[in-house]
Design a protein around this ligand. Structure first.
Ligand code: TEU
Ligand code: CA
Length: 583
């Protein structure tokens, strides 16, 4: 078997890289996601890097987060900003070196913090040596990827010759013809991201060996990219065609395949994920509550938690794509999260997120980013998120209430998904204006503008020219201003994170949603023994009066955290929220 034999731990690796990890530590932790390209640039090339992250570790410690999840920093042609990996065991020079990563790990561990790496093993880059070798039909690596002949009766390269009618997530077919052999390979994402064939045991062993080397190096866990796509449905069959379109979304054929749990258990054993108390979170588009419960059932030795996508779809048209935007209906959002809370109440564990590098900014999407309501809506969304039961994830800049971008024409967009979607939509004859307005709402670039550190040029992100323009609101919306203002979103997040450490009821209290059909109020309780946390949040830009006599009595209760002073009234201001502790 030919695997990569390089040992990533040099003899000079720092002493004692391991952090102390107690069983279940990840249940009381808050995770902070760093998207390295946009976090902090140390060398003025306009791209964030690992030394930049290390320079901000004290900022993260002041916020109180315990874990950093690092989006990919591995060697990569950067077709999908690092989610296309050509060497799992080295750092891309854009981001620094292995020594820089060791220094980051050491800086985090020295502050009692931990590092979780992104694990992108559903696919590699087409420039990964495994795939380069696999292009040769006679190579032992041929079977490491999904190679298929053209559809029967079709010439390779002809329209309709693709082995199935599956669409790629990034527009066009999920199959790419390789001229050399006249066969197609599967790529659910870009054509530079060929899918690995997990049915082949050599692939799996190579991945586990690589993971073990990272754990030995000192990392504390893994966020697993589209991990529920590693087991495809047998047969790789067509999906029903979409009228007028050559390719169709085919999640039902490649997600949640029959061997998913077997592969995850095998990984857990091979990498000793549970024994070493590593944090594991699986990104699982199209996961159901039942599947998540099974995967996060400790007895089944799968993962600690998964990222659901259901609440990311409540503001899309049913049956449409992410670009078909629908108005947000608050009861649908609340009830969806409550269903996950209920489904994983006895067995399993939830992850909690509003934001990440693939989603628009939460305050612009679920809140109100107008000057009047931005701060309070960012705070109130955070209160609601952190007071559900599960592990909260904060995406860089979310703690500042960062907002969506304001790009006016297509040339500003850089994300492959946005760029491809635009040209695909144009070729189908859609109105440019319509497409641009859905990009403004949904493009992943919204989350990828540089973090706004201060009010100097380019928000203090870089001394050079940033790879993606900084949001002009950095002049007042930045970390320095937020840290100086005791009423800022930053300090609200910091208090929420501290509450979790102080009160076990925040970690493991039983969850209940009250007033599920209310269109403005989000009300929930968390109960532990005779202690009850009551969260009352106005998730709207209009005042609202709490209906009389339906909520638990708060006489004598402690008010733990609020957005507004004088919180004893029955009327809540726009985006006002309160956390009461009863008993
Ligand atoms: O994302 C997987 C995914 O399914 C989506 O959220 C994706 O971002 C796309 O927007 C769907 O419309 C993961 C990563 O988080 C993402 O950044 C990568 O592009 C993708 O996998 C491929 O590795
Ligand atoms: Ca840099």
């Amino acid at each position: 078997m030919t695997t990569d034999h390089r040992d990533p731990v040099p003899p000079s690796a720092p002493e004692g890289p391991q952090a102390e990890r107690t069983p279940g530590w990840w249940k009381s932790a808050v995770v902070y996601q760093v998207y390295p390209r946009s976090f902090a640039d140390s060398n003025a090339d306009g791209i964030g890097d690992i030394p930049g992250i290390t320079s901000k570790v004290d900022y993260l410690a002041a916020l109180g987060v315990e874990v950093v999840w690092l989006s990919p920093v591995y060697r990569s042609p950067q077709d999908d900003n690092g989610y296309d990996i050509s060497d799992y065991e080295d750092i891309d020079p854009t981001f620094g070196s292995l020594a820089d990563l060791d220094a980051l790990i050491a800086a985090l561990h020295a502050r009692g913090m931990k590092l979780v790496m992104d694990l992108v093993v559903n696919h590699t880059s087409d420039e990964h040596p495994w795939f380069v070798e696999s292009r040769d039909p006679a190579s032992p690596k041929r079977d490491w990827y999904w190679w298929r002949k053209p559809r029967q009766g079709f010439q390779a390269g002809a329209a309709g010759a693709e082995p199935t009618n599956w669409a790629s997530f990034f527009s066009g077919s999920a199959w790419q013809l390789d001229e050399q052999s006249g066969e197609y390979y599967l790529h659910l994402f870009s054509r530079k991201q060929p899918d690995l064939n997990w049915e082949n045991p050599e692939v799996r062993q190579a991945v586990y060996a690589m993971m073990n080397r990272w754990v030995d190096r000192g990392v504390d866990g893994f966020r697993m990219d589209v991990i529920n796509f590693i087991s495809k449905q047998p047969g790789l069959d067509d999906v029903p065609a979409v009228p007028g379109r050559p390719f169709a979304a085919a999640g039902e054929r490649f997600a949640n395949g029959p061997r998913l749990e077997e592969f995850l258990q095998e990984m857990n054993t091979a990498v000793r994920l549970d024994e070493r108390h590593l944090l594991t979170v699986g990104e699982m588009p199209a996961s159901t509550i039942d599947l998540a419960r099974s995967i996060t059932d400790p007895a089944k030795r799968g993962l600690n938690m998964v990222f659901t996508f259901e609440h990311m779809n409540v503001d899309a048209q049913p049956g449409g794509t992410k670009w078909d935007i629908a108005p947000l209906h608050l009861p649908a959002l609340k009830q969806n999260l409550a269903a996950w809370q209920e489904g994983l109440a006895e067995v399993g564990w939830n992850s909690l997120y509003w934001d990440n590098h693939d989603q628009p900014r939460a305050v612009s999407r679920f809140g109100d980013d107008s000057p009047e309501h931005r701060v309070n809506s960012a705070k109130t969304l955070a209160t609601v998120q952190h007071l559900h039961k599960g592990t909260p994830y904060v995406y860089q800049g979310e703690e500042l209430g960062m907002t969506n971008t304001q790009f006016v024409d297509i040339s500003s967009y850089l994300d492959i998904e946005s760029v491809n979607h635009y040209s695909d939509a144009m070729s189908l004859g859609l109105e440019a204006e319509t497409v641009l307005s859905s990009l403004a709402v949904r493009s992943r670039d919204n989350a990828r503008t540089p973090v706004q550190w201060d009010d100097t040029s380019h928000a203090g992100f870089t001394q050079g020219i940033p790879w993606l323009p900084v949001n002009p609101n950095y002049v007042y919306l930045n970390a320095v201003a937020a840290q100086a203002d005791p009423d800022s979103t930053f300090h609200h997040f910091r208090r929420l994170i501290a509450l979790r450490r102080e009160l076990p009821v925040v970690v493991d209290g039983r969850f209940e949603l009250l007033l599920p059909d209310h269109e403005q109020l989000w009300v929930l309780t968390r109960t532990r023994g005779d202690q009850v946390l009551l969260v009352v949040a106005n998730c709207s830009s209009l005042p609202v009066t709490v209906p009389a006599g339906v909520l638990p009595d708060v006489t004598g209760a402690r008010l733990l955290l609020t957005t507004h002073a004088g919180a004893e009234t029955a009327e809540l201001q726009p985006w006002e929220s309160r956390i009461h502790l009863i008993g």
